[in-house]
Design a protein around this ligand. Sequence first.
Ligand code: TYC
Length: 101
Amino acid sequence: MTDNATKLAPGTKTRTERPRLYKVLLVNDDFTPREFVVAVLKAEFRMSDDEAFKVMLTAHQQGVCVVAVYPRDVAETKATRASDAAKAHGFPLRFETEPEA
Ligand code: TYC
């Protein structure tokens, strides 16, 4: 198979594209304690105390903060696990995912 032109439909891309990456976003709310947000960031995203505190504070002040960037399945799994941990403790804390620009 050396001649793509004889095998592929017109317009078929032959370049290998990198899979799109997804951002995990931390969303602010008025109820979840700061310490709990920091604990979830450390547990689920393996952040240091300092990193987790900075990310929490940015979301608190700006409304949202990018936590990390991953392939889609990893981003969705981590966002779901982190949101579920909050729900299990009765907090409305939410993590969302969105494709990178
Ligand atoms: N705003 C919350 C408070 O004042 C703390 C908080 C920070 C909650 C970041 C969510 O993503 C968040 N207790």
